[in-house]
Structure formats: structure tokens, C-alpha cells
Design a binder for this molecule. Structure first.
Ligand SMILES: O=C(O)CCC(=O)C(=O)O
Ligand SMILES: [Fe+2]
Length: 315
């Protein structure tokens, strides 16, 4: 079979027609892109990795103090084997920490974006991840400018829809496998949000599902950003840009004693933004596929499906 791979792009000039074309082509083909030159400070990223390792190395009873009861895993700590991919039999073999946007508590959006919590045990955590959140937010906005151009929209089209977006920075830890583990590091799923920016995929395991059903390993060079389309952008573009199914498979025996760490930034729309297919992506041959829905309502529907929001009556 002809080899296919996700090309490595540079974000040095996000408005250049060459970048816009290459990014658009990669997203249409794979729903994924790889960006080497993303502009996020390597020293800040290195500090982020060190703090993530330090937090997950804490004893379970300490980590569990940072579970936000009734918070749908949107802030703080979510223990090992809590999240489950939609329709999967076994829970994911991962634990994670979520950081959201620091919003003025008086903002009308504050009810759908709870305040952050911070682990006392890890000095510098708040400062580092507040800066990293802002850096991912900027890189994401640049990628969305290129996506807007690719779709024939004004380059600043996404600026207002993502202002005060309900984005989340996730620190992920996939612990060593003991051999008896039932399930997968992350079962096959699609991301809920607009686009995802992921660091850490150089430790093998991430795979995307090609249109023909084959699984394709994502193998970025050290430090590169893996970017993928989520369901909200798929809905907005009437499926022109596909939200591609992906998973994280368990390592071979010789790597199974090693933790895997990754850091996805789920870039979300403003909670009150209404997602409906763009006129640029609809014609008689391609009628609208999905009904209009508020970003916040869609998020809640999906969080229930993956086990993070309790079912009706249990909340
Ligand atoms: O850890 C990875 O490489 C991917 C994580 C992922 O797909 C997710 O958290 O949605
Ligand atoms: Fe994902």
C-alpha cells in the first residue's frame, strides 16, 4: 500500500498562502496536522513536563484531594480509569489534571466556566500553566486564522467565537502497565471541541483512523505540536474538515514499564456560541448535516457520554 503520513508544517508565517494550503490539505485528508515551529517557548514546556511528572508522582490520597465533586472533571484531578470512550467496554488507562480559563467571576460566562484549583504540593504550578494556557491559546488562534482563510472566511472570523472560549489544558499521565490491565490507554474517540493542540505524542501510541479503516501511527519529531479537528469544527464546516477518530494504544512489552505523558489543549468556543453549518460549506450537493446547537449544550451532551457528567437525576 502507498505510504501516507501527516506532513510536518511550520507556523512561522500563519498567514502565508503556502501554510494555509498545506494545513487545509492535511486537515481535509487526515483531520490532523503536525506543526514543528509552533512558537510555544520550549523552556516553559520543559517546566510544564517537570511539574506534570511531579504532580502525578504524588501519593493517590494527596491527588484525590483535588477531585472537584460534581465538577464533571472540568477542573483539577480526575483519577485513573474514570473516563470511558463513547461506546467502549473498558475505561481508559489514564489519569489527568484540567486547567481552564481564568475568568472574571463577575462575567456572565462564569456559571459555565468554574474557577481553577491548584495543587499546593507543586511550587510554580499555577504560574507555569497559566502561561502555557495563554501560549496554547495564541498558537490556536493563529491556526484558526489559517483555517478561516482556507475556508474562504475573513482571517479574523474565529476571533469573536473563541474570545473567552471554554478551553481546557489537560495534563495526561498514562501509568506503566502491569500486564493484567484491561483496556487501552485511550479508547477510540473523537474530540468534542473546535481544535486540539497536543504536545508529547513523540512517546508512541497515538494513532488516527484513516478513511479506509486502517490505523495510522502519529510519529511527530521531538517537541512538535499535533493538531486535530474536533466535533465542533466538523459541525461548523458541515464535515468538510473531519473530526478524525483516534486512540492511544498500549505499548509493546519493552516499553510497558514506562509512563507516557502528554498535554492536549482543547480549544473551545465561547459557551453561548451557536454552532451551525457555515454557508461556505453548504450547497445543494452538501445540505446541512447537523442541527444548530449551543456550544455549552453540545459539550454537556458529550461529557455525559464519556462518563464525566452524571446521568439525569444523579447530578
Ligand atoms: O495522549 C495522546 O496522545 C492523545 C490524547 C487524546 O486524544 C485526548 O486526550 O483526547
Ligand atoms: Fe483525543
Amino acid at each position: 500500500m502507498a505510504s501516507s503520513h501527516v506532513p510536518l508544517l511550520s507556523l512561522r508565517d500563519p498567514d502565508s498562502p503556502a501554510f494555509v494550503d498545506a494545513l487545509g490539505a492535511s486537515f481535509r485528508r487526515f483531520g490532523f496536522a503536525m506543526i514543528g515551529d509552533h512558537g510555544i517557548d520550549p523552556a516553559l514546556i520543559a517546566q510544564g513536563w517537570a511539574l506534570s511528572r511531579a504532580f502525578f508522582a504524588l501519593p493517590d490520597d494527596v491527588k484525590q484531594r483535588y477531585i472537584v465533586q460534581g465538577g464533571a472533571g472540568q477542573r483539577g484531578y480526575t483519577p485513573f480509569a474514570t473516563e470511558i470512550a463513547k461506546g467502549a467496554q473498558a475505561h481508559d488507562l489514564k489519569e489527568f489534571w484540567h486547567i481552564g480559563r481564568d475568568l472574571d467571576p463577575a462575567s456572565p460566562l462564569a456559571s459555565s466556566m468554574p474557577p481553577n484549583i491548584w495543587p499546593r504540593e507543586c511550587e510554580g504550578f499555577r504560574t507555569c500553566f497559566t502561561s502555557l494556557f495563554a501560549a496554547f491559546d495564541r498558537a490556536g488562534a493563529n491556526i484558526l486564522r489559517a483555517i478561516a482563510r482556507h475556508l474562504g472566511l475573513a482571517p479574523d472570523w474565529f476571533e469573536d467565537p473563541i474570545r473567552n472560549g471554554n478551553s481546557i489544558l489537560r495534563l495526561l499521565h498514562y501509568p506503566p502497565l502491569d500486564g493484567a490491565s484491561n483496556g487501552m490507554r485511550a479508547g477510540a474517540h473523537e474530540d468534542i471541541n473546535l481544535i486540539t493542540l497536543l504536545l508529547g505524542a513523540e512517546e508512541a501510541g497515538l494513532q488516527l483512523r484513516e478513511r479506509n479503516g486502517d490505523w495510522l501511527a502519529i510519529d511527530p519529531p521531538l517537541g512538535a505540536l499535533v493538531v486535530n479537528i474536533g466535533d465542533m469544527l466538523q459541525r461548523l464546516t458541515n464535515h468538510v474538515l473531519p473530526s478524525t477518530t483516534h486512540r492511544v494504544v498500549n505499548p509493546p512489552a519493552e516499553r510497558s514499564g514506562i509512563s507516557r505523558y502528554s498535554m492536549p489543549f482543547f480549544l473551545h468556543l465561547r459557551p453561548d456560541f451557536v454552532i451551525e453549518p457555515l454557508a461556505q460549506c453548504v450547497d445543494t450537493a452538501h445540505p446541512p448535516r447537523d442541527p444548530a446547537i449551543r456550544a455549552q449544550d453540545y459539550l454537556h451532551e458529550r461529557l455525559r457520554e464519556i462518563g464525566l457528567v452524571a446521568h439525569e437525576g444523579a447530578a
